[in-house]
Design a protein. Structure first.
Length: 174
């Protein structure tokens, strides 16, 4: 495989960051997939061992991660990037936040951290992405947003409650 230089790796990360910033504004998460992801990309998101979503190819990515999953009440959420780290073999690590709507009374954000491990192909397109974030903290954040009247009823119904049920089942708490 052709190894990309640091400037090319950073430029690829910058394209992704700009796309996510625009998607957060427009609440349309599929417009950038074909230009940033390789057609044969594999995108995996692990949800604390209770659910694993794997999308193979840009069409599945648009249908799952950036389609179905972002259409269940994530309006008003942003996913700002805190850092990008380049490595060898066309790899990037991005540190981002799941940032909910509004702010806490102290002015801080309602947010939890996430991380992506990304591999690029020779054309600087994403060929593999593996996302991780702490689901327990995400559930706690959603409870905090709900108490503040900031959590979307659609997100509560379609994502929070099913994830909490899966976590309880995994822990044998049902």
């Amino acid at each position: 495989m052709h190894n990309l230089d640091d400037a090319t790796l950073r430029a690829a990360a910058d394209r992704l960051i700009r796309a996510h910033r625009q998607a957060s504004i427009d609440n349309e998460w599929t417009f950038f997939v074909d230009e940033i992801y390789a057609r044969d990309c594999v995108y995996t998101c692990e949800y604390a061992g209770v659910m694993k979503v794997v999308a193979r190819g840009s069409d599945e990515i648009k249908a799952t991660h950036y389609g179905r999953d972002m259409q269940v009440g994530w309006e008003g959420w942003t996913f700002p990037y805190m850092g990008v780290y380049t490595g060898s073999d066309n790899r990037l690590v991005t540190h981002w936040m799941n940032r909910g709507p509004g702010q806490r009374p102290d002015g801080s954000h309602y947010e939890t951290p996430g991380i992506s491990f990304i591999t690029l192909n020779a054309e600087a397109r994403i060929v593999r992405q593996f996302d991780l974030f702490d689901l327990a903290h995400q559930m706690r954040l959603c409870d905090e947003l709900d108490a503040a009247g900031l959590l979307s009823p659609a997100l509560q119904e379609n994502w929070v409650q099913p994830m909490k049920a899966r976590l309880r089942q995994q822990l044998g708490a049902d």
